[in-house]
Design a protein around this ligand. Structure first.
Ligand code: GLN
Ligand code: ZN
Length: 769
């Protein structure tokens, strides 16, 4: 396949590995430290042991070069802020008193000071801590952690490559510090930041690094010419340093696009590219720049974002093409394995045949090693692995889980009529008004009421078989009675049952839908010590029986006021799961939508006149590049309409989203054709109301007047003020009154007081319209 000399050079590597350990030892040690039950030394020992286990696991899988510095006590962007000395003024005292406590103060805040803001890492469900910078920021190099970790790996006799967040991405992810005038652009600090990176690079070289990886995922997004110039300048300067290791600039989560020629020309020794997303375009772009002569290409062919085994032959074909385009090709995962669970073989409750379709971090490391061997020594050298891979892929393709003919036939038969309500909005609105008889400015909530620890215990008891199904149902019904009676007493107009039976808005449905699988140990870091176990959307999706009707019907039996049915929309069901990689997302979304459509119709048949289908993930799932937005929004909105269009005109469909930055999806929100949308607005001072009005949004809107992210109780006057502000943009006959989001994280006392104030505010403002 390749010449012997090229062959010898092929190496297997990964960009990062899960941090937590098989038993989530890191989480336990850190939380123990916070509680004062684990000493700082013991925490450090746990961390060192975990890193060692991870590296040895990678080496044992056949990975030639292990990453270092990818480990973190909380978040690698926060670690970068520490490395460059970007400590916000309010945290300096804490950091000065104790580095570790100061670090956690930046991450979590203390009684006295607020933490750094947290936000999503590109289009993943991992959250990073946003650097806060200003014109006065002074950067200083602190390479201690990076050097320590590198030395640990080298001491094990391993080839190791420190991985850092690159300077351009670091600045592009930063935001102006709270006291800095708006309009400040952190990227203007580049010239100040580069010398600090230079120092860190020199330290790492002195500690034995031959290569250092600089992660620049921000360059796969649409970037302005000025930003691309900044990237060119950054790598020209870092490349020109004499006292430095070889530089590998890494990109992932999409193709580099316009940034590819910039980096291809840069005086760095290697590039890492993602060949799992937009792979064909990435290959074309690479050929168009004439490949990477003289450079090392680290080819991300094994998907670091999903849980499925790789198609090894397909990856080998890609790698074969790449051999002609760079001097040296190494094999890697597309990105850090931080985004997948640790080890599929731990899933002993799942059918072993199905477990063979899974590739978690440990298995992906092995895949990368196998591919490197195949690339170096020819396919004969991995004949057994290829045969097993072919058999597992075939078993997956041909399984009844993967393909359910009835589901496929139904999805194929969907017509345009199925994705449109039978009447236009204006006519439906009149029918709904007559049917529901609500006052102007109707009040409602977003769905969940406080999830008490008692409720969590009841659900856990049922799962563990400690209580009977009958006892469980009695307890849930008691909770629903309480929630309904509180809402009636308070005078809320459209009630909810409170979602006491739901552990999580996605998992609850995933557990009931055929085609979804749950893992036992499939933990993935969401932020800090918070880990989630996303369900795996493995096969064709169908619903064997109603999922929510029982509880909604019970709630409705207790009151004459309308009780709102509550479902999670198709896009969110996909976004917060691991989805299958063997068909377009649009096809998967359509299957989920059809299952939800049946639920919507069953709710209607059971007497539910208002049904809410939550889509908080609609905005966050937006592709990283604007060119891909339209195609995504087309299938996403169609799936929502497919789920919700089967109802009578007088049944009112609500949707809900949790954020206020809508600029780029206003048209898509209209395309959902929901009758009512509720969204976050209290936190962002009602700005969204004006935005919707300007865009000519014609339907009913419930901009939140109660910020549920804070334990603070908003006064009735304050809520009334927000309503008056909303009324300047939205007419009274289209305005709803509700909180920003669900109440599950709040306590009963605040919820009681806040909702009483919210109802009082609505009553007051009603008199004025
Ligand atoms: N109905 C859900 C709730 O109230 C919505 C949650 C969400 O938007 N994330 O909890
Ligand atoms: Zn929400």
């Amino acid at each position: 396949m390749t010449s012997k000399s090229a062959a010898a050079a092929v190496r297997a590597t990964v960009h990062g590995y899960p941090r937590q350990g098989q038993g989530r030892e890191l989480k336990k040690a850190i939380e123990g430290y916070w509680k004062g039950q684990v000493t700082a030394d013991a925490l450090r020992r746990t961390a060192t042991a975990l890193r060692r286990t991870n590296w040895l696991q990678l080496a044992d899988a056949g990975v030639h070069e292990v990453p270092t510095g990818d480990f973190s006590y909380y978040d690698h962007v926060l670690d970068t802020s520490v490395m460059v000395g970007a400590i916000p003024a309010r945290h300096r005292a804490a950091v000065g008193a104790d580095a570790l406590d100061g670090y956690f103060a930046m991450a979590r805040g203390t009684q006295e000071v607020a933490p750094l803001e947290m936000t999503k890492w590109f289009d993943t469900n991992y959250h990073y801590l946003v650097p806060e910078l200003g014109p006065d920021t002074v950067f200083t190099a602190d390479s201690t952690e990076q050097v320590t970790q590198l030395k640990e790996a080298l001491a094990l006799g391993l080839a190791a490559r420190p991985v850092l967040v690159g300077p351009v991405t670091y600045l592009l992810l930063a935001k102006p510090a709270p006291d800095v005038a708006a309009g400040f652009r952190p990227l203007t600090l580049l010239d100040r930041l580069l010398p600090v990176y230079a120092e860190v690079l020199a330290d790492l070289r002195a500690a034995g690094a031959t290569w250092v990886q600089l992660d620049e995922p921000a360059l796969v997004q649409d970037r302005t010419p000025a930003e691309l110039n900044a990237a060119a300048r950054a790598y020209r300067e870092l490349g020109a340093l004499t006292d430095r290791p070889q530089l590998l600039v890494a990109s992932y989560f999409d193709r580099l696009g316009e940034a590819l020629p910039v980096l291809a020309k840069a005086p760095v020794e290697g590039l890492a590219l993602d060949f799992t997303r937009s792979a064909a375009a990435q290959l074309d772009d690479l050929a168009a720049v004439g490949g990477l002569p003289g450079k090392r290409l680290v080819a991300g062919v094994v998907d670091g974002r999903n849980v499925w085994i790789d198609d090894l032959e397909k990856s080998l074909a890609t790698l074969g093409t790449l051999l002609g385009l760079a001097d040296r090709v190494d094999v890697a995962t597309s990105c850090s394995l931080l985004h997948v669970p640790l080890d599929a073989t731990a899933e002993r409750d799942i059918d072993p045949q199905i477990v063979r379709w899974f590739s978690f971090a440990r298995q992906k490391a092995r895949e990368v090693a196998t591919l490197a061997k195949g690339l170096a020594h020819g396919t004969d050298s991995i004949a057994a692995e290829l045969a097993a891979n072919r058999a597992d892929l075939a078993s997956r393709t041909n399984s009844a889980i993967t393909r359910d003919p009835a589901v496929r036939a139904r999805a194929a038969a969907v017509t345009a009529a199925d994705t449109h309500r039978s009447q236009p909005y204006a006519e439906r609105a009149a029918a709904q008004r007559a049917h529901l008889g609500l006052p102007p400015l109707p009040t409602t909530t977003i769905g969940s009421f406080p999830q008490t620890s008692e409720l969590r215990t009841v659900r856990a008891d049922l799962r563990a078989g400690r209580i009977t199904a009958a006892a469980y149902e009695e307890r849930i019904e008691a909770e629903i009675r309480e929630v309904i009676s509180f809402q009636e007493k308070t005078g809320i107009d459209v009630l909810v049952h409170g979602e006491p039976e739901r552990n999580d808005m996605v998992q609850y449905f995933a557990e009931q839908l055929t085609g979804y699988l749950a893992t036992r140990h499939g933990w993935v870091q969401s932020y800090g010590t918070r880990y989630v176990r996303p369900p795996i959307l493995a096969g064709d999706i169908s619903r064997s029986e109603p999922m929510t009707v029982r509880w909604t019907r019970y709630a409705q039996s207790l009151t004459r006021r309308p009780v709102k049915g509550m479902l999670t929309g198709p896009v969110t069901m996909l976004a917060w799961s691991f989805v299958r990689d063997d068909q377009p997302l649009a096809d998967t979304a359509r299957q989920v939508a059809l299952a939800l459509r049946d639920e919507v119709e069953d709710l209607e048949a059971a007497g539910t006149s208002v049904i809410q289908v939550d889509e908080p993930a609609l905005r966050e799932t937006l592709p990283l590049r604007a060119a891909d937005h339209a195609a995504y929004l087309a299938w996403a909105t169609e799936a929502f309409r497919l789920a919700t269009s089967g109802v009578r005109p007088d049944t009112q469909i609500h949707t809900h989203m949790c954020y206020a930055e809508f600029g780029d999806i206003l048209a898509a929100i209209d395309d959902l054709d929901a009758d009512v949308i509720s969204l976050e607005a209290a936190r962002s001072h009602m700005q969204v109301a004006a935005e919707l009005a300007t865009a000519g949004y014609p339907r009913e809107v419930g901009p939140g007047v109660y910020d549920i992210h804070s334990p603070r109780v908003p006064g009735a006057g304050e809520a009334a003020e927000l309503l008056r502000k909303a009324l300047t943009a939205i007419p009274a006959d289209r305005l709803w009154v509700n909180p920003d989001c669900g109440l599950k994280t709040r306590g009963w006392p605040e919820v009681r007081a806040s909702l009483e104030n919210l109802v009082a505010a609505a009553a007051e403002v009603r008199k004025e319209v």
